[in-house]
Every structure is written in C-alpha cells, then in structure tokens.
Design a protein around this ligand. Structure first.
Ligand code: WTA
Length: 637
C-alpha cells in the first residue's frame, strides 16, 4: 500500500465511508496521524451550520509547507516536485526537485519578510503559470501570510475590487505572461488596479516576458533583485511559521448569484488533510507518478490539485504555462508523450474543444503512460466522455468525474480511479467524510432514488469554507441559510437507482462558461456601466464547446445606427470591468425586457428564448407587456 490512507477496493471504500459518517473524529484523526504537526490537537471537530462555525483539529499547530516540502526532503529531495512546461515548446523546460523547491520557497519567504509582509497580511498574487507562482503561494504559507491568487484573465477593476475587499497591501506579479500567441501585460494591469488602491505598499515583479514595465520608486521592486539580496545574506533555510489549525491559509474570490465576488476563506489544517486525502484516493496516485492538472493556479483546481494536494502527498506535479491549442491542438498530447504523464486532469470544455480538431493531432503521440483521466468544473456530456475514454485513455484508463467547488476546497463527489465504478456523466459516489442529500424546494429531504433535487451536504468535511472574507454573514446567508442546518451547493443533482449522483448544473443565477464560474448579475452590472445602456438581462445558453455561453439582452438608449459598433463597445466595457472571461457570446438589443407587474425580470422566458425553445415559452399573461416577448423572439440571434 502506497499511502496508509489509500482506499484499495470497493470494500475499503464502503468501510471508510461508513466510519467517516459514524465517527468523523476517529476517521480523520487516523488520517491526520500521517502528517507533520508542531503541536497535536485538542479536539478533532467542533461545528454548527447555524453560525456557521466549523473547526477541525482545534488547538493543533502546523505549517502546511512543512507537509508539502520539508517532510519529503528525507527521501524525495531529488525527486521532481514541479515540472514546468513553458508556453513556447522550444523554450527551456524547468524541473524543481523537492530540495530546490525548498530552497526557492525559503528564499522567496525571506523576500516577503524583507519587504514588510507579516503573518496574517494579505498578499495578492497575479501571475502567469510559471513555477514562481507556486513558489509565491508556498512562500506566503511559509510565513503565515494569506494569499489571494487572482486569475490572469481578470481586469484591473476586478483586481482593485479584490485588493480593497481583502485590504491587501502587497502584490506579487510578473512583467507579463505568455498565453499561446499572446503576451499579456500583467504588471501594467496591476498598475491600473493600484490607482484605486493607494494603500498598496509593495509590488514585487518577476521578470519573465521582458515586456517593458513602469517601476515606481519606493513601491515596485524586481523579484530577481530581491532574491539576490537574500542569496548574499547566506541565509538558506527559513523556519516555517507556526500556524494554528484554523488560521486562514488563503482567500480565493468566486462568483455567486448576487453582487460582487466573495472571498472564500480556507484554513490550514483541514484544507491540507482533505486535499492530500482526495488527491491520493480519487486519482489513486502511486509514488513517482507524474500528475498533470491543466487548470490555472488562479482557480481552486490549481490550488488544490497542482499545488497543495500533490505536494503534500510528495507527488510530482506538472505545470503548463500555455494553452491546449498552441502551437497546435496536439499540445496536451505532446506534453503527455514528452514527460510520460500518468494522470491527466482537465475540464470538459478543453476535451470538447480538442475533439473539434479530430484525431489528427493525437496521431503519432505516445499516450501509453496514461493511467488515469479526470474531469472537473462542469458536467461532462456523454459524447466527450466517450471520446476521452476511447482516444485518450484507449479504453484502459478509468475516468474520474470529480464534482466540487471553490467553497468545498477539494473533491466531494467522484468515483475513485479503478476502485469504485464509473458511469458516464455521473460524478457517482461521495468521498469518505461527505454526506450529500437532495432536498425539494421546501427543504425536505428526498430519500428515494431516481429523483432530482437541490444538492446539499449534511455535515462538514475538513475543507469546508470557513467564512467569506470580511463578511461572515454573507457566508451564512449564501451557503447555510437556504436550508436549515445544511450546506447548500447551488447545484441541482439527479440520483440514480444505485445512489450515484449526476450533477445537472447550477440552480441559481451562476453560469459555468468553459468551466469558469460567472454570476449573471456581475455581467449585467458590467454591461450597465456602458453609458448608453438602460438595462440588461443576462442568461446562459447551451454552447457546444464552452458548455454554457453568455447571452445578453440589452436595452440601449443612444444612437443605434451602428448596432455592431454598439455591441463591440459593450463587449469592451465588460472586458474592462470584469475581464475577457465574462465576454458575452451574444448581445441582442431589445426595446424592452419581459417583466412582471411588480417589475421583476422573467429570466425563465429569456432563458427559453436564448436556448431556442421558442414554442415552449410558457405563460406570459402575467407580464406587464406580453408584446415584448414576440419582439425578442423575432430578433433572436
Ligand atoms: C460545477 C471548480 C458537474 C458545479 C472545482 C459547481 C461540476 C461549480 C463538476 C464549481 C462536475 C464542478 N460535474 N459540474 N464534475 N465540477 N462543477 O467553484 O456547478 O470553479 O457548483 O470549482 O462547477 O465551480 P468552481
């Protein structure tokens, strides 16, 4: 057995799940024994969902980086911890062994300290997918600073909102990032963001693309220069800061159905245990294997299954800077062939976009090293599942369909590769420690099978979100108040006769575009900032590649002689306010929106129109102006 807590058979799974539910404290303290603690815990679990208050391993002290790095130095010092494949296939790859990662994290931890970062301070990290991003994340954890990583596709305005919300006085960024044929000027975006955030004290800039940047005296410093200073001081090690189990580890902003993104907070001990446990069990990781998660570290998948999960299990994690279609649509397959990747973890949207290129790009690539395939982020359609199974896994690799969320920190529902059964388009069974249930609209539990309902979780798992930064009430209202004493996921699910779960999608106003979560209200707010826009309504529609596309209905008051230009301006406004990831796929200018007499927009009707179900719109008699529906139907894009 490779890991003492690795489930190796269906019976093991059944026993583990049962024990985790009957005796969560006993179950998780058994797992916890296999980690490094500075001080043991007093109590394994203390919780109520009413406040909510969730505490795991209270009283214990630890540092997650000792578990992700130091403890592997004894036997894995020379094993690669991170393999980095650059955007440009001809550029130099990089490999960081555990010993090298230790050195780099300690050095950059000292850079942070030298620049005034203290335990508990919030550090915003806005970088491309280079090893320094992982190093910056771990260096924050090393000194007890709270990282807030922001995905490179967000605009200056989104960054400023997040800096303000977290009162982050420190930023780590790059001059630029390579993404396919593009060079994205990250530092210049940061400069625009910081205009609204004069409290930012220090911006540390890693030179990567050699894009010209403005460096402001007294505020901006080069990463490389600061590392040089540390090297000259000859201080190699940096003792890991002592953290309480429940101290916050990081903030990660995510979209909800209302208002601005929420800063989901995860804490040290529970997050560490759960990401390691799920990494080892879902993928059935075996020592020495190469794990390739194609997500960006700017999202939770990258946090949990590129950085913390694999490293705390002493794995080798492959990090890729580029995109699947650059320089051509065979890039993933080249990488798998080049490094002999064993586990590939990606999003259905990536699979669908690569399917569209046919089998040519796979031809001649040796994918024989693959042992396990995984998907995450959105429901996978059967066609994509079978393509992945046949053409990538060659029908030899179990596919794990992993359902989870930023708020859950790690995978909650998934089959375990080769151990529990897979079923196309089903996430299947809960991980040990997870008690899913379906409820009806009124919040009553639905106990039978072959039903759909709203998906809730009955009790905390170790990496339950602890709060939303700076606003605990928002956390309570969003996740713990819809149904009494339950965590509400915002997803709907179907449960089959075997108790397997199939996630049917969000039941709130959150879209899932290419596996990225975007709130319709957020996009509407951005569109409404355009000076000519009176009002807008945004809904999702099925999109072959992205899963869901963004359809915006917009009432525009200004001169409408050039509709195409208006649409481009609206798109530019959304890019400016949120970032390119929220760009509407379709914008339809309308003279009115379907509203009830009380003024509420009937999104149900707009959704039907966007989906093309024009015959099936339902009752419109309660509308203020039923005529508007006909007009919108006629103008449908
Ligand atoms: C959706 C990503 C179906 C779901 C880890 C969830 C999925 C949201 C799956 C969270 C899956 C994630 N099958 N739907 N396997 N995985 N989702 O926070 O709607 O970016 O609520 O976390 O993605 O997105 P987030």
């Amino acid at each position: 057995m490779s890991y003492p807590y690795q489930i190796r058979s269906m019976d093991d799974y059944t026993t583990a799940w049962k024990k985790s539910v009957e005796d969560p404290a006993g179950f998780w303290s058994d797992v916890a024994q296999h980690f490094t603690w500075k001080k043991p815990w007093n109590r394994v679990l203390d919780w109520n969902f009413r406040d909510p208050s969730v505490k795991w391993f209270d009283g214990a002290q630890l540092n997650i980086t000792e578990n992700c790095i130091d403890r592997h130095l004894a036997d894995k010092a020379h094993q690669p911890a991170i393999i980095w494949e650059p955007n440009d296939p001809n550029a130099q790859q990089r490999i960081l062994t555990y010993a090298q990662l230790h050195e780099e994290v300690c050095r950059f931890g000292r850079v942070l300290l030298n620049n005034g970062v203290k335990k508990g301070d919030r550090v915003c990290i806005y970088m491309g997918m280079i090893p320094e991003l992982a190093i910056a994340v771990l260096a924050c954890a090393r000194i007890g600073a709270i990282h807030s990583v922001i995905f490179g596709g967000f605009s200056a305005q989104s960054i400023a909102d997040r800096l303000l919300d977290a009162n982050a006085e420190f930023i780590v960024t790059c001059d630029g990032a390579f993404r396919g044929p593009k060079d994205i000027p990250l530092k210049s975006v940061i400069d625009d963001a910081v205009i609204r955030c004069p409290f930012v004290k220090r911006v540390i800039v890693y030179m990567h693309t050699k894009t010209p940047v403005s460096m402001i005296k007294g505020r901006d410093v080069w990463w490389q220069d600061e590392i040089e200073i540390v090297k000259q001081s000859n201080q190699h090690d940096l003792p890991a800061e002592t953290m309480e189990a429940e101290d916050p580890l990081f903030i990660l902003y995510t979209s909800g159905s209302t208002g601005k993104p929420k800063g989901v907070v995860h804490s040290c001990a529970g997050y560490m245990l759960y990401t390691a446990y799920t990494f080892v069990n879902v993928f059935q990781y075996q020592p020495q294997e190469i794990h390739f998660c194609t997500a960006d570290i700017g999202w939770i998948t990258g946090h949990s299954y590129i950085v913390y999960g694999p490293l705390s299990a002493g794995a080798t994690s492959l990090m890729f800077e580029g995109i699947p279609t650059f320089p051509d649509a065979g890039r993933f397959w080249d990488i798998i062939d080049k490094y002999k990747v064993n586990i590939l973890y990606t999003a259905p949207t990536a699979i669908r976009s690569l399917m569209a290129f046919g089998l040519g790009p796979i031809h001649g690539k040796d994918l024989g090293s693959l042992r396990v395939l995984g998907t995450v982020g959105e429901p996978i359609n059967e066609e994509a599942w079978h393509w992945y199974d046949e053409h990538i896994g060659k029908k030899k690799c179990p596919i794990v369909d992993t359902w989870w969320q930023t708020e859950t920190g790690g995978v909650l529902i998934s089959n375990l590769a080769g151990i529990t059964p897979a079923k196309p388009s089903f996430a299947t069974l809960p991980l040990p420690g997870v008690q899913p249930m379906l409820v009806d609209e009124k919040g009553n539990e639905i106990t039978e099978n072959n039903v759909t309902g709203n998906l809730c979780i009955k009790a905390p798992w170790p990496s339950t979100l602890r709060t939303t930064y700076g606003d605990h009430e928002r956390c309570r209202v969003n996740y713990f108040a819809t149904y009494d004493n339950l965590y509400f996921t915002g997803d709907g699910a179907y449960r089959d006769e075997n108790g397997f779960y199939r996630i049917t999608g969000r039941v709130d106003d959150v879209l899932n575009v290419s596996g990225h979560r975007i709130g319709t209200a957020e996009v509407e707010n951005a569109i409404n900032m355009h000076s000519g826009v009176v009002e807008s309504a945004v809904v999702g529609f099925p999109h072959d590649i992205k899963g869901q596309g963004i359809y915006a209905f917009v009432i525009f008051s200004g001169n409408q002689s050039d509709q195409e230009l208006i649409k481009k301006d609206i798109t530019a406004t959304v890019n400016r306010v949120i970032g390119p990831i929220a760009k509407p796929d379709k914008i339809q200018l309308v003279s009115g929106l379907p509203k009830t007499r009380s003024g509420k927009i009937m999104r149900r009707i707009l959704r039907k129109i966007a989906e093309g179900e024009l015959e099936n719109i339902g009752d419109t008699t309660t509308l203020l102006d039923p005529g508007v529906v006909e007009e919108i139907k006629k103008g449908r894009l």
